[in-house]
Design a protein around this ligand. Sequence first.
Ligand code: ATP
Ligand code: MG
Ligand code: MG
Length: 370
Amino acid sequence: TECIGILGGGQLGRMLAMVARQMGYQVAILEPSKDCPAAPFANHHITKPYDSQDGLLELAKLSRVVTTEFENVPAASIRLLKDFGCQVYPDENSIRIAQNRGNEKSFFRSIGLETAEFKIINNQDDIELIGTDMFPAILKTTTLGYDGKGQIRVKDLAELVVAYQQLGGECILEKLVDLAYECSVIVARNQTGAKCFPLIENYHRDGILDISYIPANLSADILSRANNAAISMVEALDYIGILTIEFFITIDNRILVNEIAPRPHNSGHITIESCITSQFEQQLRAICGLPLGDTEVKIPGAMLNLLGDVWLDNRDAFAKLCADSNAKFHWYEKLEAKKARKMGHLSLTGKDRLLLEDKVMKLKQSLNFI
Ligand code: ATP
Ligand code: MG
Ligand code: MG
């Protein structure tokens, strides 16, 4: 049987591996942590660093196609895998863009898409040049941030100076956007074409994704603009695989691109229950050269992230979560529950959006994390 190689072994790798196994593929992961979430579903687990030559050679020998479940793969690793004869999707260029918020935003603008106003900051001198019209703003490290980590909100120049002292290195200052909504498009592209999943509506809490709904309850105009943006992005990148695009919808109805992820996405977990094809199956179809699956919504759904906080405080949380006869519970088997760590998620489906929202709120209240 054919073997799929995955760089990384977190929950995204786990869910991708589960589907790959279900489809009859073998799975090899390169992930230093022995007890990672993907390990139980891997036929081969290479417990070496992502930039280990030996590890990469081993992965390449096992797999014809290699993909990644996180964007911070060293570019050199992707090149090595190609030298060793593997197909690697997505490619180095796309991953390099997604690794750096500055590259990302310049790329979006270069293909005519709007972003929040931004300035790159490399030292205290760059701060001198920032005009007062850039505030309030968020200072973010250009690399390695996720779940709102490496971000500080600043309301004026004085606060920016302090924030930059904390973060240092290369940062990006983004003007705060007046958000009406946040949403994401998950788009897949293979050698023959591209296909989007229906728009997903996202709610964050403390910088971390909290709840997602599919389909988004937004105007047809927003839907088509977001889809067009997603398609032009994968075409411009000549992309193969799954790409997720996060959008800000402003109160004056502009659609700004926030960031991209060159992989399946937390907001797309609900496709498992709600869509004909899940984002993970679609990823495999795209990278294996199979026809893309149908993406339409069979039944609307909501996804609720379960963070470590809940598991630290609620010993009986599992029973509460499963009390709803419609709930689908996903657990990532992380060894230790930490505050704000994504431990699992819960999916609910139903035709009536208001009823879904009501169920989500009740669940959150029952867990005391609202
Ligand atoms: P992720 O976990 O999605 O990778 P991240 O750490 O890369 O998150 P962002 O997506 O840039 O961070 O920001 C996290 C959240 O913070 C956004 O979803 C949004 O709610 C808020 N946010 C970020 N930038 C802005 C902005 N310029 N204006 C308003 N809100 C913002
Ligand atoms: Mg991000
Ligand atoms: Mg984000």
